[in-house]
Design a protein around this ligand. Structure first.
Ligand code: ADP
Ligand code: MG
Length: 255
């Protein structure tokens, strides 16, 4: 049965999608079958693993809003053992369309039941909001991985995120846990980086991963080639650190 992890932070540009794609591919490289679920209307995870819009017949919108079987939306990627449920701009209206519908918070959870036993890990790339789509992800997952950008105001908004976690625990998913907190876009040369590191560790203590993702230009280039980092530049620092993070995540689950 798959371990389901949602990558969430309502701030945009903190490294959710970069982590979903590259952690997903790195876990697949450790011989695990991985499903990436793109729940952001921007579809960056979708294009980031090389899926062309023209080849998408069904996407996460059809699954969540129209309750179509998720198996019909799953696509294989060029990366071995890595599949994806794509997202397109179609999803941008979903929050409004779902509002008057029944069982709207559990749509993704119910959909994943069908394929849960076909994967070792399912990673859900969340949109930059705490709306109904993110609630669906939190209801469907076992735990949340929170990427935190090493920048001013890094911790801003995280108490709001944790409040949403509490709400979902109360109403839909009692066992929802924080999987880990990941420092991204870290620059060890600056004092700011060190300060943010210390602050995040003070706040989340042992929940913070030992692995820190540095700023690495190869990581920002890879998506435009539609490749996870190791397929774009296997020797880059980005490829190495996401490989290390994958080992840390698997070790936390006893593998
Ligand atoms: P989010 O999904 O949280 O909005 P992204 O993963 O899309 O964030 O990252 C935002 C931008 O920063 C993207 O252009 C991405 O390529 C870039 N980026 C992410 N992580 C890194 C990194 N470690 N080093 C350099 N650029 C990065
Ligand atoms: Mg994103």
């Amino acid at each position: 049965m798959a371990i389901i992890i949602a990558l969430a932070n309502q701030k945009g540009g903190v490294g959710k999608t970069t982590t979903a794609v590259n952690l997903g591919a790195s876990i697949a490289d450790l011989n695990q079958k991985v499903l990436l679920v793109d729940t952001d209307a921007q579809g960056n995870a979708t294009s980031g693993v090389g899926i062309k819009k023209s080849t998408i017949e069904k996407d996460i919108y059809d699954v969540i809003v129209n309750e179509e079987p998720i198996s019909e939306a799953i696509l294989q990627t060029a990366h071995e053992r890595l599949d994806i449920v794509p997202a397109t701009i179609q999803l941008s209206g979903a929050e409004i369309e779902l509002t008057p519908q029944m069982a709207r918070e559990t749509r993704l959870k119910d959909a994943l039941e069908e394929v849960k036993d076909q994967y070792d890990y399912i990673l859900i790339d969340c949109p930059p909001s705490l709306g109904l789509i993110t609630i669906n992800a939190f209801t469907a997952c076992d735990s949340i991985l929170i990427p935190v950008q090493s920048e001013y105001y890094a911790l801003e908004g995280l108490s709001q995120l944790l409040n949403t976690v509490k709400l979902v625990q109360k109403h839909f998913n009692r066992d929802l846990a924080v999987e880990g907190v990941l420092l991204t876009m870290y620059d060890a040369r600056t004092n700011l980086g060190k300060q943010v590191n210390a602050e995040v560790r003070k706040y989340f203590s042992d929940k913070v991963y030992k692995t820190i993702i540095p700023r690495n230009v190869r990581l920002s280039e890879a998506p435009s080639y539609g490749m996870p980092i190791m397929d774009y530049d296997n020797k880059s620092k980005g490829a190495i650190v996401y490989g290390e993070l994958a080992k840390e995540v698997l070790a936390a689950h006893g593998e």
